[in-house]
Design a protein around this ligand. Structure first.
Ligand SMILES: NC(=O)c1ccc[n+]([C@@H]2O[C@H](COP(=O)([O-])OP(=O)(O)OC[C@H]3O[C@@H](n4cnc5c(N)ncnc54)[C@H](OP(=O)(O)O)[C@@H]3O)[C@@H](O)[C@H]2O)c1
Length: 304
């Protein structure tokens, strides 16, 4: 695996700064579980952040909680952020907040494209780079599979030119899984992004095994059922056996189920509160459920 210039600079800057301060580098302080990106072996933490509600007005009252969330996320070792031009002004908000916090170099930035033609896609990707103030986009994705035949050639060109590192396709709708599977079979891709949660397990039937078979990285969107899973369990206490996989909250219960699937690389819960970032990153710590425990979790959620 060859490291990019940015990765080398990232690594040496972190080591130097930490060495000067006499503290171990951040990586050594945190114990987040990481998984390898299948195409390269690059390790990324299994919990990221989804930002489809980061499109806020430029007023401090709305920006402050998002800034605090990103700060907490990064302090605890989180790196993966998922966004899109379709999420109102989320890209611009992220670009500004990340700059202000000075955390750019440690992040893995995934965004999307929703254009039709190759030319339109290249223009939109330029706009994303400008809004995010990014150097090389880590992951560029076809949003909702729309216009994939125009977008993929643009993404391949950008990857060949070193302007993005990985590319792939996304959906959050089960009725699109058939088209998703077809693209996974026929197109050269690095990643897919798909809906999967304890309350929505269809992806486990065909999509996740196919991703493993094809060696694709997997982002999981709507991992909390857009928050509805919390409503399903209501005020119930966690089952005692949740302690057997170091689970301290319902959020961790839902997320540990996802990231313990062998084909899943990262789950990206939508997160706008620092306490949610902290809770969710707890799902990337300690033990994960094994296959028998995952079945028990499914039976439990089906019974509530
Ligand atoms: N086709 C696509 O490509 C596609 C489609 C849909 C979504 N996505 C991506 O997937 C991401 C996740 O989807 P989503 O945000 O719609 O749904 P989600 O992650 O399933 O749920 C988000 C909701 O759960 C809440 N939450 C998060 N952590 C929590 C915790 N620990 N305890 C209690 N509540 C918690 C959030 O509240 P707060 O916001 O207040 O923290 C928010 O209301 C999106 O942000 C986006 O990046 C992609």
């Amino acid at each position: 695996m060859s490291l990019t210039r940015r990765q080398v600079l990232k690594g040496s800057a972190a080591l130097t700064a930490a060495g000067m301060l006499g503290i171990p580098p951040l990586r050594a302080q945190t114990e987040l579980i990481k998984k390898p990106i299948p195409k390269t072996g690059e390790l990324i933490p299994v919990i990221g952040i989804g930002t489809n509600r980061y499109g806020v007005d430029a007023v401090e009252e709305q920006l402050a909680p998002l800034r605090e969330t990103l700060k907490k996320f990064r302090e605890l070792g989180g790196t993966v952020i998922d966004t899109a031009p379709a999420y109102r002004n989320s890209e611009a908000v992220l670009g500004d907040l990340i700059d202000g916090l000075g955390i750019r170099d440690d992040l893995f930035m995934a965004t999307k494209c929703n254009m039709q033609t190759q030319e339109q896609s290249a223009t939109q990707m330029e706009e994303s780079v400008a809004r995010l103030k990014w150097d090389v986009i880590d992951l560029m994705q076809v949003h909702n599979l729309m216009g994939w035949d125009g977008q993929l050639p643009a993404m391949r060109e950008w990857k060949a030119a070193g302007r993005l590192r990985y590319y792939g396709v996304t959906t959050s709708q089960t009725q699109q899984h058939e088209l998703l599977a077809k693209l996974m079979q026929e197109q050269e891709l690095d990643f897919i992004q798909v809906n999967y949660s304890l309350g929505d397990r269809a992806a486990a039937e065909k999509i996740l095994p196919l991703a493993a078979d094809k060696g694709l990285g997997v982002f999981i969107n709507v991992p909390l059922g857009r928050g509805s899973l919390f409503g399903n369990v209501g005020q119930r206490p966690l089952p005692e056996w949740a302690a057997e996989f170091d689970c301290k909250s319902w959020g961790q219960f839902f997320l540990k189920y996802i990231v313990s699937h062998p084909a899943v690389t990262v789950a990206i819960p939508g997160t706008r509160k620092p306490q949610h970032a902290e809770d969710n990153l707890g799902a990337a710590m300690g033990r994960l459920p094994d296959a028998a425990m995952r079945k028990r979790m499914e039976d439990f959620i089906d019974s509530v």
